[in-house]
Write a protein that binds this ligand. Structure first.
Ligand SMILES: [Zn+2]
Length: 93
């Protein structure tokens, strides 16, 4: 079995394709401005069978929207416990 390997042909088949440099920015407490990233929460993360998502510029805004939604749609009371629960599932987007 004869295999013809030209120099370029051999080299082309070897090694990984050129990788693009991907820059990832660190996000988290103490890195940059801590509370200016857009936030979002999914109602489903609270254990609801619900597709509602609340988003806002701050955690507080998201919590307020989610609390209003929880009251209107799920008949829940906007208690500090509920707010804490919402806060725990808010994430940056
Ligand atoms: Zn909901």
């Amino acid at each position: 079995m004869a295999t013809v390997r030209t120099t370029w042909g051999w080299r082309r088949g070897v090694g990984a394709p050129a990788r693009r440099l991907k820059v990832t920015y660190l996000r988290g407490p103490g890195v940059g401005a801590p509370d200016t990233m857009p936030k979002q929460m999914d109602c489903a993360d609270l254990g609801m069978d619900c597709g509602f998502k609340a988003s806002g510029e701050t955690t507080e805004e998201v919590v307020q929207k989610a609390a209003a939604h929880a009251q209107d749609v799920h008949g829940l009371e906007a208690t500090p416990e509920l707010a804490a629960k919402v806060q725990s599932v808010v994430r940056e987007i």
